[in-house]
Write a protein that binds this ligand. Structure first.
Ligand SMILES: Nc1ncnc2c1ncn2[C@@H]1O[C@H](COP(=O)(O)OP(=O)(O)OP(=O)(O)O)[C@@H](O)[C@H]1O
Length: 346
């Protein structure tokens, strides 16, 4: 059993592909920044991390590269990820919330990752200064953060749609009964929009523009009143900047393949769910978490396709971070290491 008396100033980190959130017990979420690092390619030094680095995406001079070290929810670049975690821990410490130089840190990881990938997250966290590094599977953390009764003998289903991964899991009695993790989520939606606009209008738009289009007029089902948005990009024929208007119906069409992959992942997981637990889920409903859960009408589409009630969690973007932090507070409830958490010591 891991003692939990020293955890008061310890951290839960939602190390996401898109955003990293840090949760401190009693304080809530104290850091919320994009998971981006800007590096000088000549000297290999870090130029900026988080919000400042995100602003540089697509706007960097030749010698600076803005990268997202987490790709598809796992560590694509070990050194940079470790530097980024260190920066976020410092940000929390700067707010005088942490008095321990080496806090214990719980980091969430996608449920589908390999033992090697999990180890990489634990090592990067310890290299960033953590005394103990624990990992928790993301959908389990999301379910705790969404206030689902994860410890009860009743089935709960959570669909966490982040930047890189969508995690679908059925949880009961403190464990994941069945789950599915697909590397299709918000980033893939952005890419689908970029490709659609390139294919249809010969217009090249940036990563940030496609995300903005998704958030402002994206919808999983056609909206009752179609909306329009002015977008800017580079005309691939003339090579010049161009402004044009795009409709929400077009974005619904652009997003259909990605959205259908998510719907299929939910259906497959439901098919594998034991009947008693399905009945519980029918009563309580499927809960959507993660930023992707905010896509308009995704709840309605999922409800139509599964015949189950579907709800969006109260603060979908914060559920994983809150759940990760709460899991650290309740570490004594995790009975075995083969459950949804694991631990590595300095
Ligand atoms: N209103 C919205 N509509 C649609 N998508 C949104 C909205 N708000 C945020 N998103 C998307 O949610 C994604 C980020 O969600 P979140 O912060 O939960 O992911 P993450 O935890 O960083 O990623 P992962 O779980 O894959 O590691 C981004 O793709 C973002 O564009």
């Amino acid at each position: 059993m891991f003692g939990f008396e020293g955890f008061t100033k310890d951290l839960g980190i939602d190390l996401g592909t898109a955003n990293t959130l840090v949760y401190v017990k009693g304080k809530g979420i104290v850091v919320r920044e994009p998971s981006v690092v800007a590096i000088r390619t000549d000297t290999k030094t870090i130029e900026a991390v988080g919000e400042a680095a995100k602003k540089m995406i697509g706007r960097t001079p030749g010698n600076i590269r803005a990268i997202r070290p987490m790709k598809d929810g796992v560590i694509a670049d070990f050194e940079t990820t470790s530097t980024m975690i260190k920066y976020f821990i410092r940000q929390a410490q700067k707010q005088r919330l942490l008095f321990q130089r080496h806090p214990s840190v719980m980091v969430c990881v996608p449920s589908g990752i390999t033992a090697v990938e999990k180890r990489a997250v634990e090592d990067a966290t310890r290299q960033a200064g953590a005394r103990d590094a624990y990992t928790i599977e993301e959908p389990f953390a999301a379910a705790i953060g969404a206030d689902l009764p994860v410890w009860e003998p009743t089935g709960s289903m959570v669909v966490d749609i982040g930047g890189g991964t969508t995690e679908v899991a059925v949880i009961s009695l403190g464990g994941i009964v069945t789950s599915r993790s697909i590397r299709v989520a918000g980033d893939e939606m952005d890419e689908a929009i970029t490709q659609y606009i390139k294919r249809t209008y010969n217009l090249m738009i940036g990563e940030r523009t496609s995300e903005q289009i998704k958030m402002e007029i994206g919808s999983a089902l056609p909206m009752e009143t179609s909306a329009k948005l002015e977008i800017r990009g580079r005309d691939l024929v003339s090579g010049l900047p161009k402004t044009m208007s795009i409709s929400s119906d077009e974005i619904t069409e652009a997003l259909s393949d990605t959205v259908n992959s998510i719907v299929d992942a939910v259906k497959v997981t439901l098919e594998k769910c034991p009947p008693e637990l399905s009945a519980d889920i029918m009563d309580r409903g499927i809960v959507l978490t993660g930023g992707g859960g905010l896509l308009r009408n995704l709840d309605r589409l999922l409800a139509r396709e599964t015949g189950m009630p579907v709800l969006v969690a109260e603060n979908p973007l914060d559920c994983v971070a809150i759940g990760t932090g709460r899991a650290l507070e309740n570490i004594h409830l995790f009975k075995t290491r083969s459950g949804p958490t694991s631990k590595a010591r300095r």
